[in-house]
Write a protein that binds this ligand. Structure first.
Ligand code: MSP
Length: 663
């Protein structure tokens, strides 16, 4: 038995949970469950990252106090995960009192060790990444990840002596070849560190939403210093210290975009604060991105998929299985709703579900629905057993090495082998003794499969076991339940079976179409430059053919009722107002509009407006609202008529709700 803890990144509360953030959290939960099955003592940590400029701005845009804002969005994360059967032991928030107290202690230790000094920095900052960027990292001034322009910043700051730790880090990586995984990512980090480290700015003075620097409250701590410390502010305290290395094993799961923070800054902070090499987490595993048509899914590109909607429609197990199986953990994976349904039908319905129904159906005929007695094995059973044992070992190794896709591939290879065995053993055409042996063998394989799928599909595991007449899985400390062979019997001869219909009813064409219609967002956003160019070319070609707008084209325009929640003048831009508009979505939109010559901000708050909701986001340069330069991006367009000084807003009759569509 070991002590195993797994962490997810703590999520920024500028966004609500989406499939990308659900992905890491599902993997973490599946690993936790696998370790529970092994009899390990486990701990899963997740939470929200709530300080920093990005959050302060977002709260302001919504006319909210940062704490009230973070309370609201943090709750969305906390509520979402159980709906995906994710069971975390602690949901940490960086605004938690115990976390804040710990971060201050950590700062003081590092300061006492001489690794902090005051200075000034100047450079490009991407607020989306909450990170300084070198010229080389930017593409035509834009952050390649967020596609937004970096802001020029110059301010006083504390610096962490990162450069000093370069050699120590390189030695550490050499001595701990499995610290950074997968291997390709490790090589990237090693070359980055080899190329030289610069001291890191770890405080800000131009805004206030952060943990104040002890002894100098003009500064707030850099959000990443605060955030990384969450792992230790939870697992390094009280009796939970038993989980921290060297007493326990800690695995950090992170996206590839934040590997550097975890693999370079985090161990350097720990070493600097006086932790030894043995007290550094054993593994940082960087996974890839979930993409939609090749683009990273997320708020920046407004292409996020709602995992809860999929779970409501298809069950959380289906979503969990798909994400764990379809994407090689570590690599990017394009998400496609149709592929999700195809995989459901093929792997779950036709393979595993079908095996269960066939075997239980045959048992009904052969023994009247009771577990048959297993007789002598023949070469046919031996062959099946070999395949089961080989694949169980592969499945176990897959989970151990944080390769859920491999673990599940091997698990489902068992189900395929068992289906082949049913055809070959043909219990319907053999002697009663042979039929009993074949069916008893198959029931044992199903029992083994019901355990092996538990990390990915806990509900289906329970349902499958109920049909087999077995109780739900109950992991026990020190008891290894993950099967390594099928030296059963796992079911008592003569015990009743309880068939209860298909475990994974497959979806026919019509049902698939209905599901896809429910799941796929109706509006198609043109997010990228190439997308915009293509749309323009398509539009030109079409308009040459036909000078009228077809109904289908009109239907593409997503016109909606909006409610103005907040409005403010844009400094130094006479015509512009920045509005926060509720369109009935989880988060309101920011809309920049040329209304200022007609309306004072207060005239607009509380008014219903009509909005084109699926225009590509449009940039209006940048402005300083008091917390440094911010980019002005409009996420929609208001409808109005008249000259700039005498505009009339298009509006709607009666009590239409925000988000209502115009048709
Ligand atoms: N708050 C920081 C993490 C601090 S951890 C000490 C942060 N937050 S985030 O919300 O922007 O991102 C959290 C994680 O979600 C990152 O690992 C990021 O890679 C991941 N993902 C965000 N979008 C994703 C996809 N489309 N696909 C997969 N993971 C994605 O960074």
């Amino acid at each position: 038995m070991e002590r195993f803890s797994v962490t997810t990144p703590i999520y920024y509360v500028n966004d609500v949970p989406h499939l990308g953030t659900a992905y890491t959290t599902i993997v973490a939960d599946a690993l936790r469950r696998f370790h529970c099955l092994r009899g390990d003592e486990t701990f899963m940590l997740t939470g929200t990252d709530e300080h920093g400029l990005k959050i302060q701005r977002q709260a302001k845009e919504q006319g909210s106090d940062p704490k009230a804002f973070t309370d609201k969005i943090s709750e969305r994360f906390k509520e979402a995960w159980p709906k995906l059967d994710i069971v975390a032991n602690r949901f940490v928030r960086t605004t938690d009192v115990d976390h804040e107290a710990f971060v201050i202690e950590l700062w003081e230790k590092i300061e006492a060790n001489g690794d902090l000094y005051e200075g000034e920095y100047e450079g490009w900052y991407c607020v989306g990444c909450e990170s300084l960027k070198t010229d080389k990292e930017l593409e035509s001034g834009l952050c390649p990840l967020h596609k937004t322009s970096a802001e020029r910043v110059k301010e006083k700051s504390y610096f962490f002596r990162l450069e000093k730790w370069q050699k120590v880090l390189l030695d550490f990586y050499a001595r701990h070849p499995h610290f950074i995984q997968p291997e390709s990512r490790r090589n990237e980090v090693v070359s980055f560190v080899e190329s030289g480290l610069r001291d890191l700015s770890v405080s800000r003075t131009s805004f206030t939403w952060g943990i104040p620097v002890p002894g100098n409250p003009k500064h707030v701590m850099y959000v990443w210093f605060d955030a990384l410390a969450n792992y230790l502010s939870v697992l390094g305290q009280g009796s939970l210290v038993r989980f921290w290395p060297p007493n326990g094993k800690v695995v950090h799961l992170v996206g590839k975009d934040i590997l550097r923070f975890h693999a370079v800054y985090w161990p350097a902070f720990l070493l600097s604060a006086g932790y030894t090499e043995k007290q550094i987490p054993q593994t940082v595993f960087a996974h890839g991105f979930l993409t939609i048509d090749g683009q990273k899914m997320g708020k920046a590109l407004r292409n996020a998929v709602d995992p809860l909607k999929i779970a409501r429609e298809l069950g959380s197990d289906t979503l969990r299985y798909h994400l764990l199986r379809a994407i090689a953990f570590g690599q990017d994976g394009d998400f496609d709703h149709a592929a999700l349904i195809e995989r459901y039908n093929a792997d779950l319905g036709k393979n595993l579900g079908n095996l269960l129904s066939r075997v239980l159906g045959l048992c009904q005929k052969v023994t009247g629905g009771k577990v048959p007695v297993q007789g002598a094995r023949t070469a046919l059973e031996e062959e099946l057993f070999r395949s089961v044992v080989t694949n169980l070992t592969l499945a176990r190794n897959g989970w151990e090495s944080i390769e859920p896709h491999r673990a599940l591939e091997a698990t489902f290879a068992i189900s395929s082998a068992a289906n082949t065995y049913v055809d070959r053993a043909a219990p319907w055409a053999s002697t009663p003794e042979r039929a009993h042996t074949a069916l008893a063998t198959l029931l044992d394989v199903l029992a083994v499969l019901s355990v092996a799928i538990w990390p990915a599909m806990p509900n289906k595991s329970d349902a499958m076991r109920a049909q087999l007449g077995l109780p739900p899985i109950k992991p026990e400390l020190g008891v290894d339940l993950f099967p390594t062979d099928i030296v059963g019997p796992f079911l008592m001869a003569g015990a009743p079976l309880r068939p209860a219909g298909p475990l994974f009813p497959t979806f026919d064409k019509d049902r698939t179409r209905d599901i896809l219609e429910t799941l796929i967002p109706k509006t198609v956003l043109v997010d990228t430059e190439s997308g915009a160019k293509k749309a323009e070319a398509d539009a030109k070609a079409e308009s040459a053919e036909n000078q009228f707008l077809g109904f289908d084209d009109f239907a593409k325009i997503d016109l909606r009722v909006g409610l103005v929640k907040a409005a403010e003048k844009v400094p130094k831009k006479d015509k512009l107002l920045r509005l926060t508009v509720d369109l009935g979505e989880p988060l309101p939109r920011t809309i920049v509009a040329g209304l200022a010559l007609t309306f004072a901000p207060a005239d607009l708050v509380g008014r219903k407006v009509l909005v084109v909701a699926n225009l590509a986001p449009r940039e209006f340069g940048s402005a300083d609202f008091g917390a440094g330069k911010e980019k002005l991006v409009s996420q929609g367009m208001l409808l109005a008529s008249g000259p700039s000084e005498n505009l009339k807003l298009a509006t709607i009759d009666g009590a239409a709700l925000p988000g209502a569509k115009l048709k």
